[in-house]
Design a protein around this ligand. Structure first.
Ligand code: SAH
Ligand code: SF4
Length: 421
């Protein structure tokens, strides 16, 4: 989401005549886009601000340091005390441009006038694009800061999404990711159309087998058979879903207010796995929440073992001031969290390795994303979102954004190695 916001802002600044620098020492204005989901992300921003401000003072520069994004809601005063010139609430391109151009601005209430910006292809990978379809979130998972920093759910009108989609395709986008905190709740506020209907419209609009659609994130409580069937039946929609389960324990899921049981989650996954063999499901997990017991942690381990995720994002609970969990003083033990996180990472890596090894010998369509840093290989992804290293073949130049048939011939570390066939 932040990457989409940053791309849009960069595009607008460039069309106003601003130039992007590669080094902060050369800039007149530094804009930092921020995330508050975990403490670690915020700490990195504080460190950057200190670095930039120290440079500014030492060199007596008149550069402006601007912070935008979720940290405006959580850390405004501290950011100002560290030398930031202006802190903006959730992303608001118009306000930022006004400030940069005029040095003054009219303050608006938080999230009262949220405007979706036009989407552009990614700056680095011009065949990729992010297309926000919703902003904010109404779910209020008790550990999560997002509804507090980004506000409630706002769905973008489908007409605007489809127009943006067409213009992204005209600009060369080949992999378009629809974005929202919980894309499944698209349209619940506006009653415009449901997420499945939106996917159907997107698929109709595309009409080109070389454009792939992805979306993230899905919430298990809203994920249903209609959506599973749509993913399978719509040609442009890739066979991958990111479906965070967070914890294998029903007591913890309840305290997180996730609104599903682990049995329901398992049933939904098995529906998907029954209708298609090769379907990648990735997930997010939080350990150490709400005085999680050893048994409850084992329940989480049992879920990752029984489902077999090739990709999982694993976190130790990070308490965020202002969340329901913080207000209710839900207890947790950070040391336990760290120990469990290391154990979980180790077990998940072994599971991923054994699943990936089974891919050797299989055939896939792969979209090329870039040339690897070592210049000896290309990097790409399959429709299921598996990351693939493609060996450079002297007489064949591959184009980014193009789709090739590939055979996976080896695995090194956790990387799948393929040849174009
Ligand atoms: N809207 C998405 C993404 C939310 S943030 C979703 O619901 O899936 C991405 C992930 O960060 C979450 O899925 C969760 O696993 C993790 N996360 C969120 N808040 C956290 C916290 N306070 N501590 C640790 N991990 C957290
Ligand atoms: Fe946070 Fe839950 Fe909303 Fe995701 S669904 S953004 S975890 S409140």
């Amino acid at each position: 989401m932040n990457r989409a916001d940053s791309n849009s802002l960069i595009h607008s600044l460039q069309s106003e005549g601003f130039l992007e620098t590669t080094e902060y020492i050369d800039s007149d204005i530094i804009i930092i886009n921020t995330c508050s989901v975990r403490q670690h992300a915020e700490d990195r921003v504080f460190a950057r601000v200190r670095l930039f401000n120290a440079f500014k003072k030492r060199e007596k520069k008149s550069m402006k340091i601007i912070v935008m994004g979720c940290m405006a809601q959580t850390s405004k005063d501290r950011l100002y005390s560290l030398g930031v010139d202006k802190v903006f609430d959730v992303y608001n391109e118009i306000k930022i441009l006004d400030y940069i151009k005029n040095d003054d601005l009219i303050e608006n209430d938080f999230n009262s006038n949220y405007v979706f910006s036009k989407s552009y292809v990614d700056k680095l990978y011009t065949h990729k694009a992010f297309l926000p379809i919703t902003h904010g979130c109404d779910n209020w998972c008790t550990y999560c800061i997002v509804p507090h920093t980004r506000g409630g759910l706002i769905s973008r009108p489908s007409k605007d999404i489809l127009e943006d989609l067409k213009s992204l395709i005209d600009s060369g986008a080949k992999e378009i990711t629809l974005l929202g905190q919980n894309v499944n709740s698209y349209g619940e506020d506006t009653k415009d159309m449901s997420f499945v209907q939106l996917l159907e419209e997107v698929d109709k609009t595309i009409n080109d087998s070389d454009v792939w659609i992805r979306f993230t994130t899905s919430h298990p409580k809203d994920f249903d058979k209609n959506l599973a069937d749509a993913i399978i039946n719509l040609k442009s929609v890739c066979e991958h879903i990111h479906l965070p389960f967070q914890s294998g324990s029903n007591r913890i899921l309840n305290l997180m207010d996730r609104k599903y049981t682990i049995e329901e989650y398992l049933e939904k996954v098995s529906y998907l796995r029954n209708i298609t063999k090769d379907f990648l499901i990735s997930t997010d997990i939080i350990v150490g929440f709400a005085d999680e017991t050893d048994e409850e942690f084992t329940e989480t381990l049992n879920v990752i073992k029984s489902i077999g995720f090739e990709e999982a994002y694993l976190y130790k609970y990070s308490e965020r001031a202002g969340t329901v969990a913080h207000e209710k003083k839900i207890a947790y033990d950070p040391n336990n969290g760290s120990l469990r996180l290391s154990k979980l990472i180790e077990i998940q890596r072994a599971i991923a390795l054994s699943l990936l090894t089974k891919q050797v010998g299989t055939f896939h369509k792969v979209m090329i994303n870039s040339i690897a840093k070592d210049k000896n290989n290309y990097l790409g992804r399959t429709r299921e979102n598996r990351s693939i290293v493609i060996r450079l073949n002297d007489d064949k130049v591959l184009k980014t954004g193009e789709i090739y048939n590939a055979k996976i011939i080896d695995i090194r570390g956790h990387s799948l190695i393929a040849d174009i066939i």
